[in-house]
Design a protein around this ligand. Structure first.
Ligand SMILES: C[S@@+](CC[C@H](N)C(=O)[O-])C[C@H]1O[C@@H](n2cnc3c(N)ncnc32)[C@H](O)[C@@H]1O
Length: 230
């Protein structure tokens, strides 16, 4: 993997430090909703039954495993992430094949995959527009992208939710021995992340068509989908 810009190195090392506690914190901080969100993603992929899937920002591998168990693809799945300690957590669970790769410079030729999933990863890319273009590049004509990400909940849930992100979430993360800074970052990055319509527009600008999204849990998360033109 070639040299990363300093902001990306900061993100990479932050995930490296939380890797061991990542799964349990996901479950606790989302109140178990993360399982439902990944299930919805798996369902959407399975509806198309693509042959070759790339699970980008695969992290500790829970999306990869859900796709595998859900028989969502017909041929192969590959997990890619730029944080080795996260991949090691996935590996310990028996998930693979995995590869270390930067989402902004994927080590794959054009049109290599028929579907690409990315869960809670796009928000962390230092250049999201470039990341979307890179996803499009590695997808074959007709290939689909599935982006599961935290989003902006509907009124009136939005205000208490953002309050929870700012004041409660870093404290709970601290109880689990995780550094508060990483979870301050989580809240801040969610608030700053483009709203549902804006992300759909960015996907169109990156060359995807038939872009649509589905709010999950009142918009706390959203699943965006798009297709590479045939
Ligand atoms: C919040 S975790 C999500 C992990 C997993 N997809 C899930 O649903 O639990 C975000 C992951 O994105 C990865 N990531 C962030 N920026 C990346 C980049 N530029 N290239 C590859 N992976 C990246 C991090 O290393 C981390 O494992």
């Amino acid at each position: 993997m070639s040299a990363l810009p300093p902001e990306a190195v900061t993100i990479q090392s932050m995930f490296g430090r939380v890797a061991e506690r990542y799964d349990v914190l996901n479950l606790v901080l989302s109140g178990g909703n993360d399982l439902y969100w990944r299930w919805q993603l798996t369902r959407a992929v399975r509806a198309q039954r693509p042959a070759r899937v790339l699970d980008l920002a695969t992290g500790s591998g829970d999306v990869f495993r859900a796709l595998q168990r859900g028989k969502a693809y017909t041929h192969s799945c590959l997990g890619a992430d730029f944080c080795l300690p996260m991949l090691q957590v996935a590996q310990k669970k028996g998930i693979g094949p995995l590869c270390v790769a930067d989402g902004l410079r994927l080590p794959f030729g054009e049109q290599r995959f028929d579907a690409l999933t990315i869960a809670f990863g796009l928000r962390n890319l230092v250049d999201r527009a470039a990341g979307l273009r890179e996803m499009r590049r590695v997808l074959a004509p007709g290939g689909r992208v599935y982006i599961l990400e935290f989003s902006h909940p509907v009124w009136p849930v939005n205000r208490p939710y953002f309050w929870y992100l700012r004041h409660i979430l870093p404290t709970i993360a601290g109880w689990f021995g995780s550094e508060c800074a990483a979870y301050d970052y989580l809240g801040t990055s969610i608030e700053a992340f483009p709203q549902q319509e804006k992300l759909a527009e960015m996907m169109r600008e990156a060359g995807f068509e038939s872009v649509r999204y589905q709010n999950l849990t009142l918009g706390i998360a959203a699943l965006h989908m798009g297709q590479v033109p045939l």
